[in-house]
Design a protein around this ligand. Structure first.
Ligand code: IFM
Length: 448
């Protein structure tokens, strides 16, 4: 008898879902093809100084045209599922009104080809490319955007529903709200705390409305939201540092999961920040619309310590950890701790890791290989953390690596490479890195 995947003895169940993730603006390019409208990222990239080197996503990985190449790579990798996002401005160039058939047809063709390759389409509806017209009328701080999002979601559900195996409403609403509207380092580049909290509420509302609309379609594929929680560890065993770490988790974690699980906003956090939320009657019921899973993206864990002069009473503590090229600490156990913390505090049915990965300074060696051993170490150690979580009974069902391709890393442009596949941002040429083969072996069950 041959060795089959069913024989795997590496701690991952047979039905564990293996995948990798990308996002439309980061890979597609062809920014004005087939009637696509401008998004807030098209505009932000053209603000002088906003993005490293003045780079933009006009070409990116050229995936809008080279999608067949991407599918070949996914086949070679052996993933069960591919998480990609639909670009709202390709479906509704101005963010509302009649859909653009050419945009929908692109995703239909793509999902069909993935299906023929035996790969599940796992679709994110919003990975930050808000149509510019909606920003012109207020963007996420404006309540109407949540309703426009639900309308767009309905179009996509109905057009692609029979081809999609899993839906994600929003990717990392924390980033969309706070990087975009408070810190100003992501589109639309605003620096206004009140706007950011309004945006956060309307993103959550948009998620809930989209889930409600989805249930009316009769589709049965699982649906949920993707968060980037933060669950920092206390720098010491002192009670004040432990309390500081707990408060630090409010902003990135409880603030989102509490309303999603029907508990309303975390009062301690709102009081510390001196903000109020634009909640209307019935909003919490919408936001808490039941979903099949919670998805999390994990890259790093910070240490925090008490600091009575800070609004929430903590600050980031120095750490000894190795760092990725993003200067993010590499803490594999932090992934385990995050999964455990979430499973303990909220009644999650299933948890998916929808992003995990790291940027490193990859280089092509004289023999043509990219020996990205740091990424392999990163991957190995984080898969080990997943295995430990499963062994401890945490309902972890999937692992998606970020990312299939080196792509447009937002304000860092093309200067940070997260891919299993090296991409030349000038001509779009792809070159497989060693980590690709490592992940392929892990998926096949031959790496413990
Ligand atoms: O590239 C991003 C992605 O778009 C969202 N999550 C984090 C990744 C790495 O920064």
């Amino acid at each position: 008898m041959g060795i089959t995947r069913g024989d795997r003895n590496d701690g991952f169940p047979k039905d564990f879902l293996w995948g990798c993730s990308t996002a439309s603006y980061q890979i597609e390019g062809s920014s004005s093809a087939d009637g696509r409208g401008p998004s807030i990222w098209d505009s932000f990239c053209h603000v002088p100084g906003a993005v490293y080197g003045g780079m933009n996503g006009d070409f990116a990985c050229d995936s809008y045209r080279r999608w067949k190449d991407d599918i070949e790579l996914l086949k070679e990798l052996g993933v069960d599922s591919y998480r990609y996002s639909v670009a709202w401005p390709r479906v509704q160039p101005r963010g509302s009104g009649a859909p653009l058939q050419a945009g929908l047809d692109h995703y239909k063709r793509f999902a069909d080809a993935l299906g023929e390759a035996g790969i599940e389409s796992a679709v994110t509806l919003y990975h930050w490319d808000l149509p510019q017209s909606l920003q012109d009328s207020g963007g996420w701080p404006c309540r109407d955007t949540a309703y426009r999002f639900a309308e767009y979601a309905d179009i996509v559900f109905r057009a692609l529903g029979d081809r999609v195996g899993r839906w994600f409403t929003l990717n990392e609403p924390w980033c969309a709200a706070f990087l975009g509207y408070e810190l100003g380092v992501h589109a639309p580049g605003h620096k206004d705390r009140a706007e950011a909290y309004n945006a956060a509420h309307h993103l959550l509302l948009g998620h809930g409305l989209a889930v409600q609309v989805y249930r009316k379609t009769g589709l049965e594929a699982p649906i949920g939201i993707v968060l980037n929680p933060s669950t920092p560890r206390p720098a010491t065993r002192r009670a004040e540092d432990i309390a500081a770490a707990d408060r630090a988790a409010d902003h990135g974690t409880a603030f989102w999961l509490d309303p999603l699980y029907g508990r309303g906003y975390t009062a301690r956090h709102l009081a510390a920040m001196g903000v109020s939320m634009p909640v209307k009657d019935g909003d919490f019921d919408i936001i808490a619309a039941p979903t099949e899973f919670i998805a999390i993206n994990y890259y790093a864990e910070n240490a925090v310590e008490a600091d009575s002069s800070a609004p929430e009473g903590f600050r980031q503590a120095p750490s000894w950890r190795d760092k990725s090229a993003m200067n993010w600490d590499i803490v594999p156990d932090g992934l385990y701790r995050m999964l455990a913390a979430i499973a303990k505090r909220w009644p999650v049915k299933e948890i998916l890791v929808t992003e995990n990965g790291a940027a490193f300074e990859d280089r092509i060696d004289g023999d043509g290989r990219i020996k990205d051993s740091q990424r392999i170490d990163y991957l190995r150690s984080h898969l080990c953390a997943c295995r430990k979580a499963i062994a401890d009974g945490i309902p972890l069902k999937a692992y998606y690596f970020w990312s299939l391709l080196d792509n447009f890393e937002w304000a860092y442009g093309y200067s940070k490479r997260f891919g299993l596949v090296y991409v030349d941002p000038v001509n779009g040429e792809r070159r497989i890195k060693d980590s690709f083969y490592y992940f392929r072996d892990s998926i096949a069950g031959f790496e413990n």
